[in-house]
Design a protein around this ligand. Structure first.
Ligand code: GUN
Length: 245
């Protein structure tokens, strides 16, 4: 809904990748002045449509629409973002069903290092519903010791310096300095920040952090494409859930 510029790029990439895997993508581009009732009616129709396995409402929504009410209107079995309270609740209870794409995909990135996660100190910077909170729950489920940092956290560099795993989802370009990173740490940069020069940068000073980290994701080309791949895996999972029902 609307014309949020970053959203347009994300949605275009999601559509393109969906089609590339052989899934059908149905686009519903609504104007910024769309009323909440119209959006809820569309979700009701998609919930009921057997041709639709997954529904993704790109965020942010215009301030005139209650995003929580919209998220809660989705059929949880079609909630491929994993943001419905049912799906978040399942993750809290260590019985996940559809899992938020970015954190779930970050777990796949961590698994790909081949290193065991149990007992590692994972520092999550940011407490958003989309990234920080579900990320912390995923890491906890993998038996990490988890610290969640946010804008009121005192002495962030001290905490980050103790992190074996650092996940940054702050939304400030280059905020995490290279010398905050413990030697041998794994760094996952979820930030996507567009500078005045039009370039995309992450939340971490990549060059500085690379000197210390054993593993680090680049921006762009790291978490972004992985999130879309996870979205498509979730969509397949959602289709299976509906087949089983
Ligand atoms: N806006 C920013 N990230 C996301 C996401 O993961 N899902 C949706 N739906 N909107 C977003």
């Amino acid at each position: 809904v609307g014309d949020h510029s970053a959203s347009q790029i994300y949605v275009r990439n999601k559509r393109r990748t969906t089609e590339a895997t052989g899934m059908r993508s149905f686009a519903h581009d609504l104007p910024a002045d769309t009323g909440e009732q119209r959006l809820l009616a569309l979700i009701d129709a998609l919930n009921a449509d057997p041709a639709v396995s997954g529904i993704l409402v790109q965020l942010p929504l215009p301030a005139t629409i209650d995003a929580e009410r919209v998220t809660e209107r989705l059929d949880p079995r079609k909630d491929v973002d994993g943001f419905h309270p049912y799906n978040i609740g399942r993750l809290v209870l260590k019985r996940p069903t559809l899992r938020p794409c970015t954190p779930f995909g970050c777990m796949r990135l961590l698994a790909s290092t081949g290193e065991s996660l149990a007992g590692k100190h994972a520092v999550v910077i940011g407490q958003s519903n989309i990234v920080g909170r579900p990320m912390a729950l995923e890491l906890l489920m993998a038996r990490c010791t988890v610290t969640i940092c946010h804008s009121a956290t005192r002495d962030l560099p001290r905490i980050v310096r103790d992190g074996d795993i650092v996940v940054a989802g702050i939304g400030k370009a280059g905020y995490v300095a290279g010398d905050w990173i413990k030697p041998g740490a794994t760094v996952i940069d979820v930030g996507i920040n567009r500078g005045d020069d039009g370039k995309i940068r992450g939340d971490v000073d990549f060059a500085g952090a690379s000197a210390h980290a054993a593993w680090i994701t680049p921006v762009p080309g790291g978490v972004g494409p992985m999130t879309i791949a996870t979205l498509l895996a979730n969509t397949l999972h959602a289709a299976e859930l509906q087949d089983d029902a």
